[in-house]
Design a protein around this ligand. Structure first.
Ligand SMILES: Cc1cc2nc3c(=O)[nH]c(=O)nc-3n(C[C@H](O)[C@H](O)[C@H](O)COP(=O)(O)OP(=O)(O)OC[C@H]3O[C@@H](n4cnc5c(N)ncnc54)[C@H](O)[C@@H]3O)c2cc1C
Length: 381
């Protein structure tokens, strides 16, 4: 008996969404059959393929929840959730548009001016606008409020000076959302503001940082007295901390914090080891049931976000539990697989090798798990 693992095995969404799920799955199967992409773990952050992003947008599956008057599909958060899950399960190369779709569409809708909405949202929905997140700095990661990048208001606009680090996708991004200090403040969370930066920019210098697997997906970004127009301010001056915290709700709780390694789990489920070894099947069963519980958690946070609430603590919990699970999938398969991980090997051993090399990042990006646990602990106390 060959085991095959699809998300409907743990389906709990309303049945009317299964048509959409089937449509997305058929599209992705066709893409794979045509050799347009090879399923990879963690492709939501490192699988950059601009053509794929545009093809997906042509289907109406990028910027799905953006209202139609701004070029989006005006569909529900639950519909977007289903599409997102299928993309992750297929290991599709969605990294180029991921941040724009996940948090900048909602962020601009929430905080942007009408002009910013008209400028940025249609391009996001066409799969042609790609955003980098300019939060972390060399001395400000977990302690984000310690950022030193400054934005100075002048007669011509805003002058930005500072360095951002680990900026995923900045090298292909058309835009960056930047957190900078606009005023000194006794309150560490005060005096921060967000900006929309159009790239490329003559005074914004983007330098690659190569990861352990030889990949290039993140960067150092240096702002050298870069001039932004006055209209680049996103939301209210001084309100950056609140806006960023809201964005982190979108950033931390989605299915990509649970399903980064699902392509590996699915590939393993089809191997001879799982077919013939009852103990491997028991491991698979335990992982799948854990995934089902985590999906329920993630979906309830998605519903809170869709209702306009700000479930910071719940989102932190999803990310902590979900990213540990993603790594446990890799470790369990590594222990039970009967092949050696090899980046140049056959499809499965290369998928395993790449998943191993990506695992250290799961619990770091988007806020480390230690820090997330302290958010949860403070809320509980
Ligand atoms: C793959 C990847 C992609 C990323 N993409 C982006 C991006 O696009 N944009 C962006 O802005 N950033 C990005 N980041 C940066 C990420 O958000 C930071 O790495 C993360 O917030 C941790 O910051 P740091 O690296 O400075 O580590 P530090 O903050 O220096 O932490 C070092 C260690 O100390 C621990 N620690 C720190 N403070 C505490 C505390 N108070 N209590 C307990 N333990 C603590 C941490 O848990 C960690 O283990 C990315 C990171 C990765 C790995």
């Amino acid at each position: 008996m060959e085991m095959s693992l699809t998300l409907s095995a743990v389906e709990s969404l309303p049945p009317q969404l299964s048509d959409l799920r089937a449509e997305v799955r058929a599209f992705l199967d066709h893409e794979v059959a045509e050799g347009r992409f090879v399923p990879e773990s963690d492709a939501w952050l490192s699988g950059i393929d601009l053509d794929f992003s545009r093809r997906l947008a042509d289907q109406g599956w990028v910027g799905m929840t953006i209202p139609t008057r701004y070029g989006g599909a005006g569909r529900s958060d639950l519909e977007r959730y289903v599409v997102t899950e299928e993309l992750l399960a297929a290991g599709a190369p969605v990294a180029a548009h991921w941040i724009a779709d996940r948090q900048m569409g909602p962020g601009i809708l929430r905080n942007g001016t009408e002009e910013q909405k008209i400028t940025y949202l249609p391009g996001i929905a066409r799969g042609e606008r790609y955003f980098g997140i300019g939060m972390s700095e060399p001395d400000a990661g977990s302690d984000l409020a310690a950022i030193r990048t400054r934005a100075r208001e002048t007669a011509d606009g805003w002058r930005i000076t500072g360095t951002k680090l680990w900026t995923s996708g900045a090298h292909i991004a058309t835009n960056m959302v930047l957190l900078a200090r606009t005023a000194p403040s006794d309150d560490r969370h005060g005096g921060l503001s967000q900006f929309l930066v159009d790239l490329p920019h003559p005074d914004v210098h983007i330098k690659p940082i190569i990861t352990i697997d030889g990949g290039h997906h993140f960067n150092e970004v240096v702002f050298d007295d870069a001039l932004l127009p006055g209209t680049a301010l996103l939301g209210k001056r001084g309100d950056g901390w609140r806006q960023v915290t809201q964005e982190l709700g979108n950033e931390r709780s989605g299915p990509e914090r649970i399903l980064s390694t699902l392509p590996l789990l699915r590939a393993w489920a089809r191997t001879d080891t799982v077919r013939t070894d009852p103990s491997a099947r028991a491991v698979l069963g335990a992982l799948v049931s854990r995934m089902a519980v985590l999906r329920q958690l993630s979906m309830s946070v998605a519903q809170e976000l869709a209702g306009g609430r700000n479930p910071t603590v719940e989102a932190a919990m999803v990310k902590d539990l979900g990213t540990v699970f993603e790594g446990d999938v890799v470790e369990a398969i590594r222990a039970h697989a009967d092949v050696e991980p090899d980046p140049g090997g056959d499809e499965f051993s290369s998928l395993l090798a790449k998943s191993i090399l990506h695992t250290p990042a799961f619990t770091l990006r988007g806020g480390t798990n230690e820090v997330l646990r302290s958010i949860v602990a403070k809320a509980v106390l």
